[in-house]
Design a protein around this ligand. Structure first.
Ligand code: GLN
Length: 545
């Protein structure tokens, strides 16, 4: 019998619902349970793929090529169950499939309604995740948005029905709220009381409350909240602000016995917990020595979530390399405007300048020339450089323009009329007119040449990482690029596409067409991020090449 845990949020957004749900998942896994994570997103987009990173943060890509909400990235970093298209449910998908069934006549003449047809579709999708693997013990379903939002009502109703149908022992509700502090340092419980009332109006009595608060709530406050919300006092937990890292949250919840209370409510016998990996993460965190300064040169610099997995992977790499990675966020448009990139890249707050430059994925023309300047600068100054997807394409354009001397070298994404389209569309992309879900997406095989930085990082010839792009290194330039010294160090399994380029005579300059950031975890860093940060650390220490 599967158990279901619905995680909802109240009072306001951005309380860390994804991290709380993931941390609970991590703790249940630490007790040997087989956990699956699901995100329900009330927006009408079919997936996050067509949304601007400024609207919704990064698009997280799964092995099977789904373009999902960034919370799936949290799940991947905290838990180990597989994540695929099935683990991300949006209003858009639900309606799309109900409408398709209606057109096929599958509702047998009935009037198609939100209840039961939309709610049945939502429940069916959650149950499908539960049944996918017979060994699944628990499914944790996070419902996006805040209780009270119009668009999340069908998801809450589906949760209510599933809780009712499964029986109290088999499905519970975990509700996350905010305990704000007002002037004078007083903590206020009223918004939490109202938030639980809003849940009750939807027919759901939360079983567990997690209160986001500046400090650990005392016993009296927890009792007061419990009294006003029909809860057991031992089911009121605090997610207090940490000044360390989000990866401490599983430990904070463990110390409060969140997992034990959740298991008890679901009638699961508590097994021994092994949270060694999380303790190890925290030990690595506190034993880091010194800093490295990594410049991220991109176009969505004002919103941290826009490059969420990249920033997290750099943090993981810092843990692995024993250094604190300080992010220096540089809007590439700033570089575009300056004649002297040194004035930005050479200093940028770091005492001895920047130790490494990372250019992440991106779309569209804005800021491209600034990125090319950053690539040329890192190449000339022998500063470690890591290009991801667009960042690799930038290396190729820089090489075309500044080494081969083709001043108009470009990607056809930015200039369709260039005489040197060093990055261009694949034939099968030329006639694509729909933007949603039509890129090269998801997991595929890359074969690395021995003796390259890429091979050294993975210590493996066959590499499996995820893609999300439309444009490719143009094969007609392979010979000229290689003869002029650029190393093409990896290809797709069939050899047809270039997957990695590396700079010659450079301590660490590499670009990959795939996105290694999606698979990095605090407990298992992406090898490329690790080696990039190690190169930056060695440069700072003066021990680099
Ligand atoms: N815009 C480029 C492409 O579509 C790069 C995409 C990316 O960086 N994810 O190929």
């Amino acid at each position: 019998m599967n158990k279901f845990i619905f995680v909802t949020g109240g009072v306001c957004s951005s309380l860390g619902k994804g991290v709380a749900a993931s941390s609970l998942g991590a703790l249940l896994e630490s007790r040997g349970l087989n956990v699956r994570m699901v995100k329900c997103d009330p927006y009408i987009n079919v997936d996050a793929g067509t949304m601007s990173p400024y609207q919704h943060g990064e698009v997280y890509v799964t092995d099977d090529g789904a373009e999902t909400d960034l919370d799936l990235g949290n799940y991947a970093r905290f838990t180990s169950g597989p994540l695929s298209r099935a683990n991300s449910i949006t209003t858009g998908q639900v309606y799309e499939s109900v409408i398709r069934k209606e057109r096929e006549g599958r509702y047998l003449g009935r009037c198609v309604q939100v209840i039961p047809h939309i709610t049945d579709e939502i429940k069916g999708r959650i149950l499908a995740v539960a049944r996918e693997d017979p060994d699944t013990d628990v499914v944790i379903i996070e419902i996006g948005g805040t209780v009270g939002d119009i668009e999340s009502i069908p998801f809450l109703e589906a949760a209510r029905q599933l809780i009712h149908e499964s029986g109290k022992d088999n499905a519970i509700s975990v509700h996350l709220t905010l305990i704000p502090e007002v002037a004078g340092g007083e903590l206020k419980t009223k918004p939490t009381q109202h938030s639980v009332k809003a849940m009750q109006e939807q027919g759901i009595q939360p079983d567990v409350l997690i209160c986001r608060a500046p400090v650990m709530l005392d016993e009296a406050t927890r009792r007061k909240i419990a009294l006003f919300t029909n809860m057991d006092p031992d089911a009121v937990f605090t997610s207090y602000d940490v000044d360390t890292t989000i990866y401490e949250i599983p430990i904070i919840f463990f110390e409060q016995k969140l997992d034990q209370v959740v298991l008890k409510k679901m009638g699961v016998e508590s097994r021994h917990a092994d949270i060694t990996p999380w303790n190890f993460v925290m030990e690595s965190f506190s034993s880091r020595k010194g800093k490295v300064f990594i410049a991220i040169v991109g176009k969505y610099m004002d919103l941290h979530d826009a490059y969420k997995s990249v920033y997290e992977a750099l943090f993981h790499a810092g843990l692995a390399c024993g250094v604190e990675v300080e992010l220096v966020k540089i809007d590439s448009s700033r570089l575009e405007e300056t004649e002297n990139p040194d004035s930005i890249l050479g200093h940028s707050g770091a005492e001895k300048g920047i130790d490494g430059i990372l250019i992440p994925g991106g779309f569209g023309q804005r800021g491209i020339n600034g990125m090319i300047k950053a690539s040329a600068w890192a190449r000339a100054h022998k500063v470690p450089y890591f290009g991801i997807c667009l960042g690799m394409q930038i290396m190729v354009i820089d090489w075309g323009r500044n080494v081969l001397g083709w001043k108009d070298a470009d990607s056809t994404e930015f200039n369709q009329d260039t005489k040197h389209p060093v990055v261009s569309l694949l034939a099968d992309q030329v006639n694509v007119t729909d933007y949603g879900g039509t890129m090269r997406l998801g997991k595929s095989e890359t074969v690395a040449d021995a003796g390259t930085l890429l091979f050294e990082a993975y210590n493996e010839k066959r590499i499996f990482e995820r893609h999300r792009h439309r444009y490719e290194f143009s094969n007609k330039y392979r010979a000229e690029m290689t003869q002029s010294g650029l190393h093409l160090t990896a290809f797709t399994g069939d050899g047809s596409l270039v997957e990695c380029v590396e700079w010659p005579e450079h301590p660490w300059g590499l670009g990959v067409q795939f996105h290694p950031e999606f698979k990095s975890k605090p407990t298992g860093v992406s090898p490329l991020f690790r080696d990039f940060v190690a190169a930056a650390r060695d440069r700072r220490a003066g021990t680099g090449l």
